[in-house]
Design a protein around this ligand. Sequence first.
Ligand code: ZN
Length: 172
Amino acid sequence: MNKADNIEYVIPIKGLSVGKYHYDFTVGGDFFREYENRDIDGAQLKISLTLDKHATFIDVKGIFKGAVTTKCDRCLGELEVEIDFTASLLVKFGEITQGEESEEIITLDPSESDLDLKQFFYDYIYLALPIQRVHKEDECDLEMLEKLQNYRVTNVEERKNSPFEKLKNLMN
Ligand SMILES: [Zn+2]
């Protein structure tokens, strides 16, 4: 991906004087398609970003609100997950040392003119998804569940005979 494609999520920081700034961003499904992410099928998100510029670092705070469309683990149907969280990022200027980079801290060369937030947005939205993604009990696609049930029976039979399952029975 070249820089021009990314312009929407780039903040020019060269010459930005010390102080607080506010930016609004929107993130849609296209954003995740670029990453070829198979877990996220769609998104309608707004990110309200505050950038606090200090002499040697920048504090970035984003409020993420909206929804992400993913798949239900149980019926494989479309599942909308509500997103509402705040995330912070510390941008430091100086020599980039190996191992210092983390999800919350990035180091930029002092001559860097742009702050690219795309990876920050992507990582945090993806992390915000629950590990277990399932519909509420009665909202699953019943027809699909039945099909999956038939398919899974064989697997369950196999599992019953596994050593782990026998151990679990002993423990009960
Ligand atoms: Zn479901």
